[in-house]
Design a protein around this ligand. Structure first.
Ligand code: HSE
Length: 435
């Protein structure tokens, strides 16, 4: 059958913001027919916006402010959800799937929170639910985990998947600036949202690693099983101390098979300067995948931005346009790995204490660590403040169990010569890579 004989498929857009506009333009220009001539022609049938008066690259007669005009529209075969946020997006996706429409979405929150249910609903209704744009913007990561890498046992996923925090940490590292100053500037430049919580407190990265972990390990990964910390507590002096020790601080999202199961965690970490991840700067994202057959993979690119995200959305649309009847449910294992708790995690730690600069303080701290079998790897005294009579003590440990370290921190915080327990950061293990 030639292209011209193939039935066209109707597309309905929910949301015409910056990504939606890039997708709409591509559809209206016929880009998908030009790049993949054998596929079903795609016709934009309707686009739903919040405000009908705003300027959009979509003919006025195709615009509506009613979600039902897409979700209940018999001429729409593919619903492209780009509204973001859990609701009303999840309900719209649910309704579209139930009425037999394929759904393509960039919505990490909806897929992280309701993915198990929505994936099952798509399967039950014989339609596709695709979400390449939900993680890593333009980086193809859902596709490889959903198909090309299925023969592998995935040992680990380790990623920088939040551009905003990577931008902030990169500036703090390069220029020694404080978190609040860089955040304010990033907001003024449009790199950070007015309400930065989702990014800086690690929610966005948590949604994304939950989605990747579900695909990689064939397991349901409830959000409350994921350890989440953001970058607000990271100070310019932590970044400086890390540099002195040969590390760069990054917000990382990791899903890795450890002894006894799968641990999923999001937190700032010290990355050895000798590994490539330490050099992934600015708004770039990267995902390292380790599969038993394929070995290590490295996918780096633009994790956000209208064109890069539209690339992922359009790729999914083309998947449907080429083979609308092909349904490939994601891998779901009958006995997935157990989900581990952070308290069982073992790694090297970076600890910073603000202590009275007087004899015996270090000995007391060392005694507490020794009593819990936590072995010290290095000690630095930094940032002496003669006026206050304090100094920062920076310790790194040999591998230790999180539970033990947290208990030691509590004990150290109670010592009278310790003014403040300032930072606990983890050093990311990299096999035999020297720090
Ligand atoms: N807010 C995200 C980030 C981009 O900073 O990476 C969209 O997922």
């Amino acid at each position: 059958m030639t292209t011209s004989q193939r039935e066209s498929l109707g597309v309905g857009l929910l949301g015409v913001g910056v990504v939606g506009s890039a997708v709409a333009r591509a559809l209206l220009e016929g880009r998908t027919q030009q790049t993949v001539p054998g596929s079903h022609p795609l016709v934009l049938k309707q686009a739903v916006v919040r405000n009908l008066e705003s300027e959009r690259p979509v003919p006025r007669d195709l615009l509506s402010d009613d979600v039902a005009s897409v979700v209940d529209n018999p001429d729409v075969d593919i619903v492209v959800e780009l509204m973001g946020g859990e609701e009303p997006a999840s309900s719209s996706i649910r309704a579209a799937l139930k009425s037999g429409k394929h759904v393509i979405t960039a919505n990490k929150e909806a897929i992280a929170k309701n993915g198990d249910e929505l994936i099952a609903l798509a399967e039950a209704n014989g339609v596709r639910l695709l979400y390449e744009a939900a993680v890593g913007g333009g980086i193809p990561i859902i596709g490889p985990l959903s198909s090309d890498l299925l023969a592998n046992k995935i040992q680990s996923l380790r990623a920088i998947i939040n551009g905003t925090t990577n931008y902030i940490l990169t500036r703090m590292t390069a220029q020694g600036e404080a978190f609040d100053d860089v955040l304010a500037d990033a907001q003024a430049l449009g790199y950070a949202e007015a309400d930065p919580t989702a990014d800086v407190d690690g929610w966005d990265a948590m949604y994304k690693i939950a989605i990747l972990a579900r695909l990689a390990y064939g397991a349901s990964v409830p959000l409350d099983s994921i350890h989440r910390e953001g970058i607000r507590p990271v100070t310019a002096s932590d970044i400086r101390n890390a540099a002195t020790l040969g590390y760069t601080i990054k917000l990382i999202a990791v899903a890795r098979l450890e002894e006894g199961g799968l641990l999923v965690r999001v937190h700032p970490a010290l990355i050895p300067n000798s590994v490539p991840m330490a050099k992934v700067d600015g708004v770039l994202n990267v995902c390292e995948i380790e599969g038993d057959l394929v070995g290590p993979l490295w996918l780096q690119g633009r994790g956000a931005g209208p064109e890069a995200t539209a690339s992922a959305v359009l790729g999914d649309i083309i998947r449907v346009a080429r083979a609308p009847k092909t349904i490939n449910p994601p891998r779901k294992l009958s006995s997935p790995p157990a989900l581990l708790e952070m308290s069982d995690y073992e790694c090297q730690y970076y600890l910073r204490l603000v202590a009275k600069d007087q004899p015996g303080v270090l000995a007391e701290v060392a005694g507490i660590l020794a009593s819990r079998s936590i072995s010290i790897d290095s000690v630095l005294q930094m940032d002496s403040n003669p006026e206050a009579g304090t100094a920062d003590i920076v310790l790194t440990t040999h591998p230790a169990r999180e539970r033990e370290v947290q208990q030691a921190v509590e004990q150290i915080s109670a010592v009278s010569s310790i003014e403040k327990f300032a930072s606990l950061l983890r050093i990311e293990p990299y096999g035999d890579t020297p720090a």
